[in-house]
Design a protein around this ligand. Structure first.
Ligand code: ZN
Length: 337
């Protein structure tokens, strides 16, 4: 380890060279590279963890720049996948941290493979479906994870250590009904609230990664109200996940294949089985119908009627629509017809 680089961290109360050195050997999986994910990724890279796996299905767009600190205008122009843009920025932050970019949608079919090798999983997503899936994987594989959420000015954070603290399903057995809670679409997101709640999460991450236990508390904060509350969440024996060891979210391997993205006129489509697309050939075939941008990561197609980002693994983002069926129809009409 570079002897001066982490000097300021070493002088923190309770810190030691041994604790800090542990960070040089840990792997963390970060799910979501948006507003919360960017803050987590920056902090983890600067702490000098050994390996950071970034998982996100999205590309960088102009509206991300107001809240997502990892990205810049060049990333928007290049239509870069968020994980690639993040990786390119983070390798300049700390070359001692191996950054792995996984442009993928976390689904029941790939979740254990994507998360299974990490000592810690961090949730920086915007939806309950993915969080319940992370909870199932973490409890099944006995890995700690950190639940984080931000909407408007408010944020939530809870660290979960399976078998020792409450899990997400001890706190909330089922996700709230769709449409019952404010979302980033209806209430926006205040970046400073994301930073505050991620600050709680990154501190829990430091504890867990350096061999200290967490208390199993839920932290709720609201920067507009000026409030912060910490409540202890007890484990429940009847919890389907950590009590009964039933992993329904993980076992639903069919999953949804068309997902509307929170806060956006955009739908994500996944192929029913893995495929490999020849984007160069497709670009040539579709050149008459679309304005084309072909990069090493994706094919961006634009016409008066549709805008589609197509990835080599067959995933697609269909822009300008909110109805998954309409997105599927547009995709089928232009791409698979
Ligand atoms: Zn539980």
């Amino acid at each position: 380890m570079n002897s001066t680089r982490y000097h300021r961290l070493l002088h923190l109360p309770g810190m030691s060279t041994e604790r800090l050195d542990r960070l040089r050997h840990v792997r963390v999986a970060l799910v979501g590279c948006g507003t919360l994910g960017g803050i987590y990724a920056q902090n983890l890279a600067r702490l000098g963890i050994a390996h950071l796996r970034l998982i996100d299905r999205d590309i960088v767009e102009e509206h991300n720049l107001a809240t997502q600190i990892l990205f810049d205008e060049e990333d928007v122009k290049g239509a870069l996948p968020k994980v690639e843009a993040a990786r390119l920025h983070l390798v300049k932050v700390n070359s001692e941290c191996l950054i792995e970019a996984m442009a993928a949608d976390l689904e029941p079919s790939n979740a254990e493979a994507l998360l299974g090798e990490s000592e810690l999983i961090i949730d920086a997503t915007d939806n309950f479906e993915t969080r319940y899936l992370i909870n199932d994987v973490a409890v099944k594989l006995d890995k700690p994870w950190i639940y984080t959420a931000v909407v408007g000015f408010a944020g939530l954070c809870m660290a979960v250590v399976p078998g020792k603290t409450a899990c997400l399903r001890c706190l909330l057995e089922e996700p709230p009904p769709v449409g019952s809670l404010p979302t980033c679409e209806t209430s926006g997101v205040w970046p400073a609230s994301a930073q505050s709640v991620a600050a709680v999460g990154i501190t829990e991450a430091l504890r867990l990664l350096t061999g200290e236990m967490v208390r199993g508390d839920l932290t709720e904060l609201d920067l507009q109200a000026g409030s912060r509350r910490t409540v202890h969440v007890p484990r429940r024996e009847a919890c389907p996940a950590c009590g009964q060891r039933q992993f329904g979210w993980l076992e639903n391997r069919a999953g949804s294949q068309a997902t509307r993205l929170c806060g956006r006129d955009m739908v994500h489509l996944s192929p029913p089985a893995p495929i490999k697309l020849d984007l160069t050939a497709l670009a040539q075939r579709l050149a008459a119908s679309f304005q084309i941008q072909l990069t090493e990561y994706l094919l961006h197609l634009k016409s008066a009627e549709a805008e589609i980002y197509l990835f080599p693994d067959g995933r697609a983002l269909v822009k300008g629509v909110t109805d998954p069926a309409r997105a599927r129809a547009l995709f089928n009409r232009f791409i698979t017809a």
